[in-house]
Ligand binder design. Structure first.
Ligand SMILES: CC(C)(COP(=O)(O)OP(=O)(O)OC[C@H]1O[C@@H](n2cnc3c(N)ncnc32)[C@H](O)[C@@H]1OP(=O)(O)O)[C@@H](O)C(=O)NCCC(=O)NCCS
Length: 141
């Protein structure tokens, strides 16, 4: 059974999962982890199976919107609805708020499968197309 609950960046398995979502540029994962430690406006929700970390989402909560920043599911547990449920838990903790995120071409289909609308931001770096994705609170699938 999968359990969903609040997490801290130093909980076992969280850094490994966040690293898969935080990009590989030198220094970037460290900066991401520091932010989850130090910034009170960001929070983490984890999915665990028998106390093993299998998924995590990190997000910013604003008065008017939620901003998912990083989301990752352990490779052995993908395509079973865990990331979908992580975002549902975030939305249930901040009801009535629009969810907006930025993502790339590999992941935009995931957000579209969840009912988000996607708008291309064009190539933010040469050869790298980014997308803005948005889910209104009354349109979750
Ligand atoms: C993207 C990711 C979080 C999805 O996790 P997951 O637990 O496998 O996703 P779910 O099983 O909840 O999928 C929900 C829906 O999205 C679809 N989906 C999942 N990954 C997808 C992808 N990469 N592209 C297109 N659709 C995808 C699923 O088919 C499912 O649709 P359905 O319900 O219509 O069948 C996971 O692949 C991952 O950890 N990737 C590496 C980290 C990463 O790049 N994160 C995003 C950057 S922050």
């Amino acid at each position: 059974m999968v359990r969903f609950h609040s997490a801290q960046v130093d909980d076992r398995g969280v850094v490994e999962l966040l690293s898969t979502a935080a990009g590989g540029q030198s220094g970037r994962p460290e900066a991401v982890m520091r932010r989850y430690r130090d910034d009170p406006t960001v929070a983490l929700i984890a999915a665990t199976v028998a106390d093993r970390m299998v998924g995590v989402v990190g997000y910013e909560a604003h008065d008017d919107r939620i901003v998912p920043l990083h989301i990752a599911t352990h490779t052995a547990h993908r395509r079973r609805g865990i990331a979908r449920q992580l975002l549902t838990v975030v939305a249930s903790r901040r009801p009535g708020r629009v969810s907006v995120a930025e993502t790339d071409r590999e992941i935009v289909g995931f957000y579209i499968a969840l009912g988000y609308t996607a708008t291309s931001l064009g190539q933010t770096d040469p050869g790298v197309e980014r997308f803005s994705v948005c889910l209104r609170p009354d349109s979750a699938q």
